[in-house]
Design a protein around this ligand. Structure first.
Ligand SMILES: [Zn+2]
Length: 244
């Protein structure tokens, strides 16, 4: 199983969660919300094979937490995994929205040196984010918890991007509609734990099995074949990043 978007550092016992995922061989992208958090966590993740720490700056922190650009640039050298970054226009304040766009542009400038795994947050800002991704010629980005319009989803699919599906999406009508529309070779799985909860309990990397259970029905495959498709998608994406 694969969890491409988990906030391991936000669990009460992050190291336990990381160790469990590592021992079970669950490839887990441990996203962060600030470069300072990545910096703190980094020494603890050295030596992990399956758990990969991602460097991020959460858009909802724009205007509240200063974006430490120099720190982000220094840390970006250490990792091919970027997230969580993006735009969130549930923020109504126009100046803060503009701040999010400016910060994201600065991040894109930093990470354009080489292809990377990029986990994107796009809530209510899907169109603006799509435009920014295009302007920056980003290839094969991963749209995490996509919940935008279906016509834009088609454009993102045609542009070659990926989508990570979480346990909250399989429970919502709109999420289900979106999942059905994505070709199986563009689907990845995530938990977004601890923010996404399952029966009140923060979702952990192993809970991606619930998404496999859901997908296998839609795709009319066995659990194993479904899991293999997701693994293959991730492998292809990573080999693109490593060999381009
Ligand atoms: Zn998240």
């Amino acid at each position: 199983m694969i969890d491409v978007h988990c906030h391991i550092d936000q669990f009460s016992k992050p190291f336990e969660i990381a160790k469990k995922a590592e021992d079970k061989g669950i490839i887990t992208v441990a996203v962060t919300s600030l470069p300072e958090h990545f910096n703190l966590a980094y020494p603890h993740f050295v030596g992990f094979k399956h758990v990969r720490l991602a460097l991020g700056y959460h858009p909802m922190l724009s205007g509240n937490k200063k974006f430490e650009e120099n720190l982000f640039r220094t840390l970006a050298i250490k990792t091919s995994y970027i997230g969580e970054i993006g735009l969130d226009f549930s923020e109504k304040d126009a100046s803060k929205r503009q701040m999010q766009i400016d910060t994201l542009q600065r991040i894109f400038n930093i990470i354009k040196d080489r292809p990377r795994f990029i986990s994107l947050h796009s809530r209510r800002a899907e169109k603006s984010l799509f435009d920014l991704v295009n302007e920056n010629k980003l290839k094969k980005a991963v749209f995490h918890w996509y919940n935008g319009p279906l016509n834009l989803l088609d454009k993102l699919i045609n542009a070659g991007h990926y989508f990570s599906i979480n346990p909250a999406m399989i429970k919502s009508k709109n999420g289900q509609k979106i999942i059905e529309r994505i070709p199986s070779d563009r689907v990845l799985t995530e938990t977004d734990g601890p923010y996404v909860k399952i029966k009140g309990i923060p979702a952990q990397p192993e809970d991606t099995k619930l998404i496999i259970e859901y997908l296998k029905v839609i795709w009319a495959k066995s659990f194993e074949d479904t899991d293999n498709i997701i693994r293959k998608n991730f492998k292809i994406l990573i080999s693109y990043i490593e060999n381009t």
